[in-house]
Design a protein around this ligand. Sequence first.
Ligand code: OGA
Ligand code: MN
Length: 346
Amino acid sequence: MFKEAFKYYKAKWPPPDLNGVIDFEEPSKTNHESTLVELQDNVPGLHLSFPPIGLQPPQSWRCYALKSHPGILVIRNPFTVHGQRYWIARSLRDYPRAPNRINLNENLFASDAIKDWWNALQQCDDKDEARRLKISMRWATLGYHHDWDTKVYSETMHTPFPQDLSNLCQYIATVLGFADFEAQAAIVNFYPIGTTLSGHTDHSEPNQTAPLFSFSFGQTAVFLIGGTTREERPSALYLRSGDVLIMSQQSRLCYHAVPRVMKTQEEPWNNLPADDADEKLMKPERKKLRRDFEDNSNVCDMSLYRLVRDDSFWLPYMHYLNDSRININVRQVLPSGVKQLPLPPS
Ligand code: OGA
Ligand code: MN
């Protein structure tokens, strides 16, 4: 069942009928009233104020659950335009650098490693070479580094987790009622249009009760969410730029995949609004607001946050996103209260 659905949505010809794909942007337009529930007062932290910079206040979030897949939650793009730009720039410019690991440096001598992929891409004047460098970047890992061969996390493959990303997840987790969540490992996936991620479950984490947070930026994905076996028929949903998908409870260990990344008409990351919520935060009227803003800025690279509003700085990021999607996939590895992984048996 899962495999058939994957093939169907991946196919170039005949192209799939996308009418059955659940669409959080226009929930009323799609005939999914039976599967899609808008959570209003059931979100425990909707009243929380002072979100991290780049996030809209939770009172304005639209949060959904899927009746057919209990535990799946989707927040329809809660980011400001600058917020999206910030996370996109972090994913492309910063996260692919040491101490984080990238697919391009696997099985290489350290001396051959690409130290700064984004910079190398910008400096590359050969068009074909630049294209190769661009599309060959597929993942970066942060914190506890996912071991793609053994699928086992270890203390020897652990580097500090980015504070800003941990803070973002912590805030969203608290709003949704998962206040204990700790971001400890992430995979940043890069998807040039035409690439896919085949069906799998994420079961390497010793802690499989903590939810998983998945952020989408750039071009739109068709995402498949199934059951705990490949025999169950999956549902297809669109994940658009800014959308946050949470796999919690019964859905945490369910099969999922990305069979298709497709060009979107809307490019919210490029449209700077005239009335800019973040701009207001930059000039706080109230002392309380200022104090909170400064607290938030401790866990965000403010110089990058200012840079992303400059169109000439933004241009190469815009080009990258023209035909790519980025997914930041964040997990808690350790059981709550546990400080490190046990040593592997020798
Ligand atoms: C993953 C994953 C989904 C996505 O990284 O394990 O499932 O939306 N990513 O890209
Ligand atoms: Mn996954």
